[in-house]
Design a protein around this ligand. Structure first.
Ligand code: P6P
Length: 338
């Protein structure tokens, strides 16, 4: 009989490895886990409760807010504010981050959390998997107002990152730089249980994920790579399979499990790429690299990008190491041909 290890037990065991730890990170992850369970409950009954459809407002991205977007944002903000471990919260749904000065413990929380509360929410009404993505930093400045050095931290300085996928089952996948671990929610006991210890992404794969409708807008090197994917070659098991859900967490998670590469390159509409650095690309890049995969713009590693703006965008090529390498090779050769 398989023994059950909950997320809480797992994190406490990890904390025990650091005798000086005071449990702040454990409490932070418990808060994230609680918000994820609350969102899970609403996502799973969205079709029943009056929570489907559009909120009628637009978020700072100019995107129509889905009711579940607003619901998820509210609950992640609420549990993280009340948890007392954070000094700064930034959400895709708000133009500016929120600096938390005093917490109920009258000390300044040491963590900065950037999150996309419900990524892929435009898919909710069609019952497609959606997700939450979070990225965690430690403040660098001493107590007092946060400084530029706190906001300029690259993805390399994340202390933790993770995502929740609300799909056929609800999973929380996270890393603290010591491998990637996946937990599946067991609603019957209300706990995330360890189901994918030490998750690794296959070094190679046969799946590529891209919105092909943007083909004519892609850089030439990307077009050439997509042609490569379609060529018939038994030795390299091509043509590959094209799989695109249009929900980043769902596309990324499938490639984590099966192997594959996800591409959202620059387009005419999104000359810097569509996806957001701080709360989509950096956290998934941290997870990908910790799982033995790779994440880049096609030219530089995602986690080396210098942050300049909370909602800045970037091109994203992420997944199996050998597949990302191949995309980078096409881009590198093309840059040197032009
Ligand atoms: P497109 C969803 O809106 C999202 O932010 C990601 O979840 C997804 O990968 C991407 O946009 C899809 O964008 O332009 O292909 O619809």
């Amino acid at each position: 009989m398989m023994s059950i290890q909950t997320l809480e037990q797992f994190v406490m065991e990890q904390q025990a490895l650091f005798p000086t730890a005071k449990g702040e990170f454990t409490r932070l992850l418990q808060a994230i886990s609680l918000a994820a369970k609350i969102v899970h409950r609403e996502v799973n009954k969205a079709g029943l409760a009056d929570i489907l459809g559009k909120q009628g407002n637009c978020n700072v991205q100019g995107e129509e807010q889905q009711k579940l977007d607003v619901f998820a944002d509210h609950h992640f903000m609420d549990v993280l504010k009340r948890g007392g471990e954070c000094c700064y919260l930034a959400s895709e749904e708000h133009e500016d981050g929120i600096e938390l000065t005093k917490t109920k413990r009258y000390h300044i929380g040491k963590y900065m959390v950037y999150f996309d509360p419900l990524d892929g929410s435009s898919n909710i009404d069609s019952n497609v998997s959606v997700g939450t993505i979070f990225s965690i930093y430690k403040r660098k400045s001493a107590e007092g107002p946060l400084q530029a050095e706190d906001f300029n931290q690259t993805g390399r300085e994340q202390v933790a990152a993770g995502y929740v996928i609300y799909g056929s089952s609800t999973m929380l996948v996270y890393t603290t730089g010591r491998g990637v671990h996946g937990f599946t929610l067991d609603p019957s006991i209300g706990e995330f249980c360890l189901s994918h210890p030490s998750l690794t992404i296959p070094k190679n794969g046969r799946v590529y994920s891209v919105n092909e409708s943007n083909y004519n807008q892609f850089p030439t090197a990307i077009k050439q790579y997509l042609q490569y994917c379609k060529e018939i070659d038994a030795e390299t098991k091509r043509p590959y399979s094209s799989r695109y859900i249009g929900s980043l967490v769902a596309d990324f998670h499938r490639n984590m499990i099966q192997g594959g590469v996800f591409l959202y390159p620059e387009t005419v509409q999104y000359p810097d790429g569509k996806l957001r650095l701080m709360y989509e690309c950096n956290p998934l890049a941290f997870i990908a690299e910790q799982a033995g995969g790779k994440a880049s713009t096609g030219v530089i590693p995602i986690m080396d990008i210098e942050p300049t703006y909370l909602h800045q965008r970037t091109a994203l090529i992420i997944g199996s190491e050998m597949m990302v390498d191949m995309v980078e090779r096409y881009i590198h050769e093309h840059i040197h041909v032009e």
